[in-house]
Design a protein. Structure first.
Length: 290
């Protein structure tokens, strides 16, 4: 991509179009992350965001099939998008959720880079007993990553225990030992876990920044707490975990790594620590200006 005056970028007739669909996405950081990477690597591409719900998903995907080289998928579409795609990667098929779509000349292929992001964030940690809070598409990616990381036991807590039970059954089929329980019992489960991963929106700016999953008084045995929420960067859960001496991982970690792995699929850019560090600093300055 050609650089214009200052930090401006000029598009060309060959500029590739990428973007994000989901709802709500008004305050998404994905355009900043991807466009920053494209500029760093002199890639002629732009990344936009399109508000998309279940009611207009089919129409949106039809348009992107003709216009976009690829796109990301976020809530509430990660599972519903599958029926509109032509092919799935093995991992996306096993997880049952897609967050990245590659357009190969009109053929839409679905991938899941969320689990790659989780794996990268926890690569230096050896989880044994893990409490997973939530049972949606993000939680499925977390469970898939934990299998690859060698976790021994999963405790899956969710408001709807039936959904937690389905996720636990799937985890068992993957070879993990998993147990489902209602979110009201997450407190007692946290006492048994060395690792806690929050895959619910509790604590997010969009939902309820001063709330947290019901585990705050049971973090004494936690070695690591990972919150997929990234606004605010340090949620109430992470602040309390840090106060009690646990290692913490913020949601920015997964957000950035999953984006870098999506660009690897689309553009062949190898994810690097240098790119991650540069983007993390930029995003942090945007979220927490001095």
């Amino acid at each position: 991509m050609k650089e214009g005056h200052g930090s401006a970028l000029w598009c060309t007739p060959g500029t590739r179009l990428y973007g994000l669909i989901g709802s709500p996405i008004r305050h998404s950081l994905s355009p900043l992350i991807h466009c920053t990477l494209y500029k760093r690597h002199s890639v002629d591409a732009v990344y936009l965001a399109w508000e998309t719900g279940l009611d207009n998903l089919g129409e949106r995907v039809g348009a992107l099939r003709s216009l976009a080289s690829g796109f990301n998928v976020t809530i509430p579409l990660k599972e519903r998008i599958i029926e509109l795609l032509d092919e799935l990667s093995r991992e996306a098929g096993e997880i049952g959720a897609v967050n990245t779509v590659d357009n190969r000349g009109g053929k839409l292929v679905g991938y899941n880079t969320d689990y790659l992001g989780v794996t990268r964030c926890l690569e230096n940690h050896e989880p044994e007993v893990v409490l997973v809070l939530g049972a949606g598409g993000a939680a499925r990616a977390v469970v898939y990553a934990l299998r690859k990381l060698g976790a021994k036991k999963l405790l899956i807590a969710n408001r709807g225990v039936e959904r937690a039970a389905r996720l636990a059954e799937w985890a068992n089929r993957l070879g993990l030992e998993a147990e489902a329980l209602p979110l009201t019992r997450a407190h007692e489960a946290a006492k048994r876990a060395d690792t806690i991963v929050n895959a619910t929106p509790l604590g997010s700016q969009a939902c309820c920044p001063e709330e947290a999953p019901p585990v705050l008084s049971a973090l004494d045995n936690s070695k690591l707490v990972f919150d997929l929420v990234y606004k605010p960067i340090k949620t109430k859960l992470l602040r309390e975990a840090e106060r009690k001496g646990a290692e913490i991982v913020t949601g920015l970690c997964m957000l950035i790594w999953q984006a870098l792995y999506a660009d690897k699929i689309w553009l062949g850019i190898t994810p690097s620590e240098e790119d991650y560090t540069y983007i993390e600093r930029l995003v942090t300055e945007k979220l927490e200006p001095s």
